[in-house]
Design a protein around this ligand. Structure first.
Ligand code: PFF
Length: 445
């Protein structure tokens, strides 16, 4: 089957669009806040550099060499035991599972765009009530916006790699960067900017423990879109003479830069107008709107723009979470793109309804097992098990299974002197790190 090819810039924008998502703007600032700022940021940056970058190249390489959907690429590249290695490709399923809650969060963001036109909460308490009542008692709003997200994502996927995914990223990624860049510049003029800088970059190691370390590694994977076949699937459509190292560099660089810019900007606003570096997932949905309120009318404009940027980031990531399974069904079962996009879309839409219900009073009792509800379980299973497992499989696959001469013939000219270090890290450092992360996120360690 002939696969459409990305243009050079199109690939970088699409891969960066996948990486830059809710993880950067929603999750990174609040976990950085939870673990005390600077020291966590440092550990995170080191992880991105030492593990994330090398796995990113490995994942690109599997897609680039395999040239097909994730399952077929593993099957194709394994010299022996193809029937077993093809299961490595089922990491693509993780993306579809993530979409179950990711789409619900995009729905919340849509809702916040609309309400910010006319309303911002005057106090933190009010902001908390507004968010809480949406989450716990407003099924209809969440359902409606979740459905809009589903329709949008399915529409783009159905339009295909060039006409849908590449085109969407071509418009939304620059728009996102302009909005965040503009708001960041404004933040630099505020007095609290230096406090935000201090918070993000002055390492306070007392907050760093094993858990912080593991969270940093887990987040590095999530934010770089690794271990779920997204980067692999996009890389199957790279042009023949693509430079994987350069591409990986750009994706990692843009992803990290945008997380840092978003973090600095949010913390500046929170120090200047709000309650300081708020902790927890409510940061952008609770503390931030209350801070925007203090800014007056410009706060409304900023709130609208900010949530639009967040929605753009989420949507460009969403298509990459679903595309691997779409590609799988097109490639292996000759489904039409329409059928594959709609059925995959319906899958996350349907289970997303349960993710919403699992927070709604009166229903959540039936959708909670142990300490977590359905929403949290999906988040936990994907982040704690599927994602590190995907990373582990890829590192072992490129490090030990694909014959070294094949890997070397492509990667040595691109990496030059760094080739041996990269190969060593894939073989020995990354698998061990992934294993430790998995055990510890599962609570075994
Ligand atoms: N990287 C995205 C984020 O930071 O929100 C999430 C994501 C997208 C994870 C695609 C995995 C993936 F395959």
């Amino acid at each position: 089957m002939k696969i459409a090819r990305f243009s050079r810039v199109g690939f970088i924008l699409a891969a960066a669009g996948s990486a830059v998502g809710l993880g950067n703007i929603w999750k990174f600032p609040y976990i950085a806040g939870e673990y005390g700022g600077g020291a966590f940021v440092l550990v995170y940056l080191l992880t991105v550099l030492l593990i994330g970058f090398s796995i990113m190249i490995a994942e690109m390489l599997i897609g680039y060499m395999g040239r097909r959907d994730t399952v077929s690429s593993f099957e194709e590249l394994a010299p022996t035991k193809k029937h077993l290695w093809k299961f490595g490709g089922f990491q693509a399923l993780a993306g579809l599972c993530i979409m179950i809650f990711y789409s619900v969060v995009i729905g919340w963001i849509f809702n916040y765009i609309v309400t910010s036109f006319t309303y911002l909460p005057a106090t933190m308490q009010e902001a908390e009530n507004v968010f809480g009542s949406m989450l716990h008692s407003d099924f209809t709003t969440q359902f409606t916006y979740h459905t809009i997200a589903f329709l949008w994502i399915t529409y783009v996927l159905n339009r295909g790699l060039k006409g849908g995914i590449e085109k969407m990223n071509f418009f939304l990624m620059p728009a996102l960067m302009i909005i965040l860049g503009g708001m960041f510049l404004y933040a630099t003029t505020l007095g609290a900017f230096s406090e935000a800088l201090h918070f993000m970059f002055y390492p306070n190691f007392s907050k760093i423990n094993g858990e912080a370390f593991v969270t940093a590694v887990g987040h590095a994977f999530f934010t770089l879109s690794l271990g779920m076949g997204a980067i692999m699937t996009y890389s199957a459509s790279l042009e023949k003479d693509a430079n994987l190292v350069k591409n990986a560099f750009w994706v990692v660089f843009l992803d990290t830069a945008i997380a840092i810019v978003a973090g600095l900007m949010l913390f500046t606003f929170l120090y200047q107008y709000g309650s300081g570096p708020a902790k927890g997932p409510g940061l952008v949905f609770i503390s931030l709107p209350a801070a925007f309120y203090e800014m007056g009318i410009i706060g409304n404009i900023f709130a609208i723009l900010f949530f639009i940027a967040l929605a753009f980031a989420g949507l460009t990531s969403s298509v990459s979470l679903v595309e691997p399974m779409v590609q799988y069904f097109i490639d292996r079962f000759s489904w039409s793109r329409l059928k594959a996009s709609v059925l995959m879309g319906l899958f996350f839409w349907f289970f997303g309804i349960f993710a919403i219900l699992s927070n709604i009073d009166g229903a959540k009792e039936y959708l909670t097992w142990g300490s977590k509800n359905f929403f949290d379980w999906v988040d936990y299973i994907t982040a704690a098990i599927m994602l590190p497992l995907g990373g582990l499989i890829m590192a072992v696959f490129v490090g030990f299974i694909i014959p070294k001469n094949r890997v070397e013939s492509i990667m040595r000219p691109q990496l030059r002197w760094a080739f041996d270090a990269w190969y060593f890290s894939l073989r020995y450092i990354t698998p061990v790190a992934m294993f430790v992360v998995m055990l510890s996120l599962m609570g075994v360690l």
